[in-house]
Design a protein around this ligand. Structure first.
Ligand SMILES: [Zn+2]
Length: 327
């Protein structure tokens, strides 16, 4: 064959490479996560996530405007409540942090798509994603009673103005329960982005600083997926599709590129990848030490998610990536 075939011919110049490029990253692919805390004028940097802040609602609004001006279409909101209890009151209360932030952002920047993370772990006193049996010290969350709380949470988030509901607790049947709750409350046009394949991952470490949501005991392995499993991810997404999910997420992203690929092959629904806190923290730490070229590493990672099949990428690098894309 040599030298008839020379793949280098198409790599010769930048315009040629641009013409045959298979995947493109645009700002439209990006979703920026934000953490809402009580108070005013608060911007508290997360220790393990340089450049990421816990923000009071007034600051969230400022941030939302900046995100929108950068061309990023969407944010996802997490809340850190004043008080935590076993009922996760802060999750479903109309004055919850996500609810307040969603209302304020939609008022200030109506065209920014607001996604509400729908889970209970930031709001329960024990830090698990649902109800526990009294006296349980293992974290074996009670599935079906938790669905009622999730339903209530989703409806109050939709009422507050959230455009998309994103349940993240990996409870069996949570998409169906939330779909039913939204429909009954008149929100049949509010889509559900399901954290369909969410793994029990050490990469969530810094997030738990940011969202103050580390479990007080036990771990999440009875509801989040085993990192060793990929076929099971397909089973999870098939169930969520049957229950009415509109979009599916794989979380984390970097160590799960094969799962993103498999999910994309298995469905025609939009697929999101969550480039999680630990992935962000590792890049930041290496960049701050001068060990890597941050911009090139981030952009390579993000195009990697696209190549694997992600239609949407949730990332703490969203604002930086949007600036770099502008050139
Ligand atoms: Zn949770």
């Amino acid at each position: 064959m040599f030298p008839t075939h020379r793949p280098r011919r198409l790599r010769k110049t930048a315009p040629l490479r641009r013409m045959v490029r298979e995947n493109v990253l645009t700002t439209s692919d990006l979703i920026y996560p934000l953490f809402a805390v009580p108070g005013t004028s608060i911007a508290h940097e997360v220790r393990s996530m340089p450049g990421v802040y816990q923000l009071s609602v007034d600051k969230i609004v400022e941030e939302a405007k900046e995100v929108y001006d950068l061309g990023i279409p969407s944010i996802i909101l997490f809340g850190i409540p004043e008080d935590k209890d076993v009922e996760a009151t802060g999750a479903w209360h109309d004055c919850g942090m996500v609810q307040k932030a969603a209302t304020a952002v939609k008022e200030a920047v109506p065209d920014l798509v607001v996604i509400a993370d729908t889970c209970l772990c930031e709001y329960t006193s024990h830090g698990h994603c649902g109800y526990l049996e009294v006296g349980d010290l293992t974290g074996r969350v009670l599935n079906d009673p938790t669905l009622e709380l999730l339903k209530k949470t989703a409806v109050s988030q939709a009422k507050a103005g959230a455009d998309i509901i994103a349940p993240s607790g990996m409870m069996d049947g949570f998409v169906q329960a939330i779909r039913a709750g939204l429909d009954e409350a008149g929100f049949e046009e509010t889509p559900i982005l399901s954290y369909a394949a969410k793994y029990a991952s050490a990469y969530y470490g810094p997030f738990r600083d940011a969202a103050d949501s580390a479990p007080q005991f036990g771990d999440r392995r009875t509801y989040q997926m085993d990192p060793a499993n990929a076929r099971e991810a397909i089973r999870e997404i098939e169930l969520d599709i049957a229950e009415g999910a509109d979009m599916l997420m794989v979380k984390p992203a970097l160590a799960y590129m094969d799962v993103i690929y498999r999910v994309k092959e298995a469905t025609n629904l939009p697929v999101a990848a969550y480039n999680v806190s630990g992935e962000y923290a590792m890049v930041k730490a290496a960049a701050l030490n001068g060990w890597i070229d941050e911009q090139r590493v981030v952009m390579e990672t993000l195009i990697g998610f696209k190549r694997a099949g992600a239609d949407l990428i949730l990332t703490y690098h969203a604002k930086e990536a949007a600036r770099w894309l502008q050139g």
